[in-house]
Design a protein around this ligand. Structure first.
Ligand code: TYM
Length: 331
């Protein structure tokens, strides 16, 4: 079996619908055909300040959400990044083959550091994409399912893999990004030209999976649309309506063309009502499952410990090879 790997940060109290539609729904599906490794990058989380108690809680909540969404720890390896020390160790080696200019060109770093001011941005934030490359290359996956915003990081990962392979000896698999067009970028309900994100100025356009479903329904009913009346998929001129169509299509597993036909002669109010219903139907049972996993913290921690142990078997092998090829003494 080929291998798939991906990660999602524990930086908020809930995953949002963009995370689910852009990435997590594929994580669940890919388990059927791939040997899957999924992890929670808490080392990445501390590239911006985190409250320790909150981080610990969010890491567990992230794991509970992944289990509730259908990540099956019997088939897939689910782990927390900091419990596998090889991630930090490989990062150092990769830091030493990454160009300063190359890292400076990463748009996510440029955006985030511009927001915080260069003096407040940390070196950790700067080297964030290199840590991400290490996350991936340690496991030699063929496929990495992510949303559009991670494309450039995947490209860097591919470049670093090729560079190491050329400079030393073929060591890494050059991974492919798995970015599904259509859901690769879910947009903010209030600002449908920006991606849905936990760091938006207001959370009025953000649908969190663990929020009170009534609040989410209300946000959907207040979503920004346009002054026409026609329900049609046209992201260029009808960003808000198109985003709602993508969400409804994914949640109900109905092609967009079918939806367009169904809504001929109907108004935006009706569309929003249906999106709200579909979301409530999706999150209500999910929230109950997340609560069950959170209620048994001992079991949750055991699942993660077992996952870390399995991950280390793979990561340890790759790191030993890398250290040898770089010229370090055996330990
Ligand atoms: P993160 O935690 O920000 O997001 C997790 C996944 O959700 C996708 N995503 C979206 N997809 C569609 N529409 C949106 N509005 C939207 N917002 C987020 C992201 O593209 C991502 O797939 N750096 C990564 C975490 C990471 C990682 C890795 C991923 C660390 N190491 C190794 C893959 C492999 C990140 O911050 O994702």
């Amino acid at each position: 079996k080929q291998r798939v790997l991906s990660g999602i940060q524990p930086t908020s109290d809930s995953f949002h619908l963009g995370n689910y539609l852009g990435a997590l729904q594929y994580w669940v599906r890919l388990q059927d055909d791939f040997e899957a490794l999924y992890f929670i990058p808490d080392l990445h989380a501390i590239t911006v300040p985190q409250d320790p108690k909150q981080l610990r809680n969010r890491t567990r909540t992230a794991a509970a959400q992944l289990l509730a969404l259908g990540i099956d720890p019997k088939r897939s390896t689910l782990f927390v990044q900091s419990q596998v020390p090889e991630h930090a160790e490989l990062t150092w080696v990769l830091n030493c083959i990454t160009g300063f200019g190359e890292a400076s060109r990463m748009t996510q770093f440029k955006d985030k550091s511009a927001k915080q001011g260069t003096d407040n941005a940390t070196v950790g934030l700067f080297t964030y994409p290199v840590l991400m490359a290490a996350d991936i290359l340690l496991y030699r996956p063929h496929v990495v399912p992510v949303g559009e915003d991670q494309r450039q990081h995947l490209e860097l990962t591919r470049n670093l893999a090729q560079r190491f392979n050329t400079r030393y000896k073929k060591t890494f698999v050059v991974p492919e990004a798995h970015i599904v067009s259509g859901t690769a970028k879910i947009y903010d309900l209030q600002d449908p030209t920006s991606k849905m994100s936990k760091s938006a100025a207001t959370d009025a356009g953000l649908l969190n999976l663990l929020d009170d479903p009534k609040i989410s329904a209300k946000k959907i009913r207040s979503a920004v649309t346009d002054t026409e009346r026609e329900i049609r998929y046209d992201p260029e001129t009808k960003a808000g309506v198109s985003n709602l169509l993508v969400i409804l299509s994914s949640l109900t597993d109905t092609p967009i063309v079918t939806l367009e036909k169904d809504y001929v002669g109907k108004g935006y109010g009706e569309l929003k009502g249906d999106v709200a219903d579909a979301l409530v139907e999706f999150v209500t049972p999910l929230q109950a499952k997340v609560q069950e996993y959170m209620d048994d913290q001992g079991e949750l921690d055991r699942v993660l410990a077992a996952g870390a142990e399995r991950a280390r078997e793979i990561a340890g092998g790759t790191l030993a090879q890398v250290y040898d090829r770089v010229g370090f003494l055996a330990r």
